[in-house]
Design a protein around this ligand. Structure first.
Ligand code: PGA
Length: 250
């Protein structure tokens, strides 16, 4: 039976009441998920603790980022330990928006992953090529160097999730074809075998929605999705969860 990890990345969206209502609806509908379907929600950090504390159950919570140091004078930042102490179990690292707008690089992502793991969090590490890199035929070499640097010296027993998110597919309505996604996930899994000597869940992100979820999640090496825009409405997000249940046979 296939395992799926379905992650809602809300980014900087939803006001407190909207966030509460959406989580409550998801919890009511999916409070009792089969063990092979993981539904995770990444709200803005301001709401993390209260949402996670009030909704402890099958749905788990995710921070959208953390700082690379354990503590200190870093105004405006939050630490991995704070996240772990706020009933959250996961953190998204290296999202392309962090790389683009906050100049985060692979080395920093690696340092963040290290503190996240030390705090007991599971990092969801994002990798992906830009359109220019794809057009130059560099997709695989970019992904390879991102994986190598982001996972550098991380313990090979750590719980880690990789999110493949082509930068050009995020928020654009464009996606690679299911065949291209399949090929890329095969490549990523081969690299993971070389770097970490094991299989890790590889989820797809970038304009994944209720319309294309079936085609994308049916790809054999796609272990779930990281969903931005379509996770902001209960209808579209629940439709994606239902699709994953249908594909996994429960
Ligand atoms: P999108 O975002 O689904 O809106 O393309 C995905 C992401 O950025 O994680």
């Amino acid at each position: 039976m296939k395992n799926f990890t379905i992650v809602a990345n809300w980014k900087m969206n939803l006001l407190p009441l909207e966030a509460c209502e959406l989580v409550q609806n998801i919890n009511m509908q999916y409070g009792d998920l089969p063990h092979n379907i993981r539904v995770l929600i990444a709200p803005p950090s301001l709401y993390l603790q209260s949402l996670a504390e009030k909704n402890r159950g099958t749905i788990k919570f995710v921070a959208q980022n953390c700082h690379e140091k354990e503590e200190g004078a870093f105004t405006g930042e939050i630490s991995a330990q704070m996240i772990a102490a706020s009933f959250c179990e996961y953190v998204i690292l290296g999202h392309s928006e962090r790389r683009l707008y906050f100049k985060e690089n692979n080395k920093l992502v690696n340092a963040k992953a290290r503190v996240a793991l030390d705090a007991g969090l599971t990092p969801i590490i994002c990798i992906g090529e830009s359109m220019a890199e794809r057009e130059k035929g560099k997709t695989n070499s970019v992904l390879k160097s991102q994986l190598k640097a982001c996972l550098d010296s991380l313990h090979s027993e750590s719980d880690i999730i990789i999110a493949y998110e082509p930068v050009w597919a995020i928020g654009t309505g464009f996606t690679p074809t299911p065949g291209q996604i399949l090929d890329t996930h095969i490549f990523i899994k081969e690299e993971l075998m070389k770097i970490q000597k094991r299989d890790l869940p590889v989820i797809y992100g970038g304009s994944l929605n209720d319309k294309n979820a079936k085609a994308i999640l049916s790809c054999i090496n796609v272990d779930g999705g990281l969903i931005g825009g379509a996770s902001l409405s209960f209808e579209t997000f629940s439709s994606i969860i239902d699709t994953s249940r249908e594909i996994s046979g429960n």
